[in-house]
Ligand binder design. Structure first.
Ligand code: AGP
Length: 608
């Protein structure tokens, strides 16, 4: 998974490309490079390591003259992160350079074919076949060459191309990987993500799969892969630079935790009008929902855990069976879904390969798909039958926080809407729950304010090797996300465990000072979890519990406490996760981890 940018205009291209790549670093950051049209020939600068290294190499682009170019920041899929494997890649004849996000699935066969025709390869990447195919098919007509090459490629790709015969042009090609065109005055751009365009323009065009664009400073011509012109709507981006910047916080992750009340508010408010819930997804109405016999929620990572938490609310309110499945399992599991199964997919980026595949598999089986995604115009959004956006704004930290809580909030909203439309809740309970939904942003803020001591608690985990997160029912689902947050940013092994299951083996691991985080927010099973706290303490565990602030029983058995404000139990998850996010953040901070860009991770995994 990578980030690509392109610029053509009257300014020096290299500094603009490097600035754009910095804003895409979360998409992958093991190597970076730029290719600039310089006086009729292409000059490439590329290096393994972070973009800062490329900036040093080129004095922030000053040493790279030229007003047209493309850039790339890489998350390795084919070939280790080395200088040679870094993009851009050049054709043998030096006439083309290419940057690529995605996977060319038939690259080995293409590579063999090209080698058989006398081409040589420098890198181990799949991308290098693209640039040499361009050379092979080029007969002076760039558009024709692009169409012929695209017809040979199988897999996913967002490609940026420069050609020395077209010195003021950049070409963008999209198939199953995000690509957006930015429109300036006498200059134009492309990028994998809006964040790279926002400092320069807010007028954008979303490319669709199977389209390519020839972009010059004064014109943008978009075609389908048969060469037919395609007309597109220009959209206005309302994310300003500050929104995509850190806003004064030390890390994007902390900024995004703190802005969760606003993000959840932005996600819910426009959909609650008076005493009505209005879902902005045409056709997702009572008549449709009354035909649904079961729900399957599928996603990856934190999005999957949001689904596991949302499942409890949907079952409690709608009394309809809900199952959850990892998208990477779902896509190959010949899933039992049909026209009476609503498949709900969750994805912050809307570009996660396994989730996209799960959508396609569901549709192939005739199941209607509801997507809840954060990125407008993303692939999942476009493929689904119904799309509800989470409107969390750009999420830059690799570890999701507001992406997760807005997904969960949207699942709660959907659960209440569906319960009302299928007659499962009476008016009184509906109005009570609608008020509770409206109050969630405030409850999230209270969860932040009630726990000022988490940075001190985090110090206790500085040298910890493993932590258990235990809970029952919806608390168990929250434990899953709490454990993932701890693992992915502090690199401490953490395991979520059903509290009632410990005695069936795992309790053998509990020894003196073993840290255990016990979630006791679900009032129905709270007493049982309290017994589990006593069980592990009897074996020497050190227990940090999370419960409502006036719960004296839990306070009496735990060693330390995190507090939950009073909140409607069925919607507690979106509040309960906040102290766990902050605890993970402060633990990672005291362990001096790279919080916004944890090792080995990328923000959106657009490959299998
Ligand atoms: C979350 O903290 C992780 N970075 C990861 O698990 C993420 O949730 C997962 O890759 C799914 O991403 P998506 O929501 O963009 O589909």
């Amino acid at each position: 998974m990578c980030g690509i940018v392109g610029y053509t205009g009257m300014q020096q291209a290299a500094p603009i490309l490097l600035e754009g790549l910095k804003r895409l670093e979360y998409r992958g950051y093991d190597s970076a490079g730029i290719a600039i049209m310089d006086d009729g020939s292409i000059s490439v600068q590329k290096v393994s390591g972070r973009i800062s290294k490329l900036c040093e190499l080129t004095e922030d682009g000053k040493t790279c003259p030229g007003n047209v170019g493309i850039g790339h920041t890489r998350w390795a899929t084919h070939g280790a992160p080395t200088d040679i494997n870094a993009h851009p890649h050049m054709s043998n004849d030096g006439r083309f350079a290419v940057v690529h996000n995605g996977i060319i699935e038939n690259y080995l066969a293409l590579r063999e074919e090209l080698i058989g025709k006398g081409y040589h390869f420098e890198s181990e990447t799949d991308t290098e076949v693209v640039v040499n195919l361009l050379e092979m098919y080029y007969t002076g007509d760039l558009k024709n060459a692009v169409m012929r090459v695209s017809s040979r490629l199988q897999g996913s790709y967002a490609l940026g191309v420069v050609c020395s015969d077209a010195p003021d042009e950049i070409v963008a090609i999209r198939e199953s990987s995000p690509l957006i065109i930015g429109i300036g005055a006498g200059e134009n751009y492309f990028a994998s993500d809006i964040a790279a365009l926002v400092p320069y323009t807010r007028n954008v065009v979303y490319m669709e799969d199977g389209e390519f664009a020839q972009i010059t400073p004064d014109a943008i011509r978009i075609y389908d892969l048969f060469g037919n012109p395609v007309s597109k709507k220009v959209q206005k981006v309302n994310w300003d630079v500050q929104t995509a910047e850190k806003g004064g916080y030390e890390h994007f992750m902390l900024k995004e935790i703190i802005e969760q009340p606003r993000a959840v508010e932005a996600t819910l408010r426009p959909r609650i009008r008076g005493s009505e819930i209005v879902l902005d997804a045409e056709g997702l109405d009572g008549e449709f929902l009354r035909k649904i016999r079961r729900i399957m929620i599928t996603a990856c990572g934190s999005a999957y855990y949001a689904g596991c938490a949302g499942r409890y609310a949907i079952e409690a309110l709608c009394r309809i069976p809900v199952s959850t499945e990892l998208a990477s399992e779902f896509r190959y599991g010949d899933p039992m879904v049909d026209s009476e199964t609503l498949v709900i997919v969750l994805s912050q980026s809307g570009e996660t390969a396994d989730t996209i595949a799960a959508v396609k598999e569901s549709k192939a089986k005739g199941a209607p798909v509801l997507a809840m995604v954060n990125v407008v115009g993303s692939t999942v959004a476009k493929l689904a039958d119904f799309t509800l956006y989470t409107w969390a704004g750009p999420e830059i930290a690799v570890a999701t926080t507001k992406g997760y809580t807005t997904q969960l909030a949207l699942l709660y909203l959907f659960a209440l809407y569906a319960a009302k439309e299928t007659g499962r809740v009476d008016d009184k309970r509906y109005r009570h729950l609608l008020r509770a939904l409206r109050s969630l942003p405030k409850r999230i803020q209270e969860a932040v304010d009630l726990n000022p001591m988490l940075d001190r608690y985090a110090e206790d985990y500085r040298n910890t090797r493993s932590i258990f997160f235990i809970g029952r029912n919806s608390d168990y689902a929250m434990a899953m996300e709490g454990a993932l947050k701890m693992k992915e940013i502090s690199y401490i092994h953490a395991e979520a465990y059903a509290a009632g299951e410990l005695k069936h083996g795992t309790i053998a691991l509990i020894e003196e000072h073993q840290p255990v985080i016990a979630l006791c927010c679900n009032t129905i099973v709270q007493e049982k979890t309290m017994n589990n706290i006593i069980e592990v303490k009897a074996r020497g565990a050190d227990v940090l519990a999370l419960a409502e602030k006036n719960n004296s029983e839990i306070i009496s058995v735990a060693d330390r406490m995190m507090y939950l404000p009073e909140v409607e139990p069925v919607f507690a998850g979106v509040v309960e996760i906040v102290p766990l996010q902050l605890l993970a953040y402060y633990t990672a901070k005291c362990r001096k981890c790279d919080i916004d860009k944890p090792k080995n991770l990328a923000k959106s995994v657009t490959v299998e």
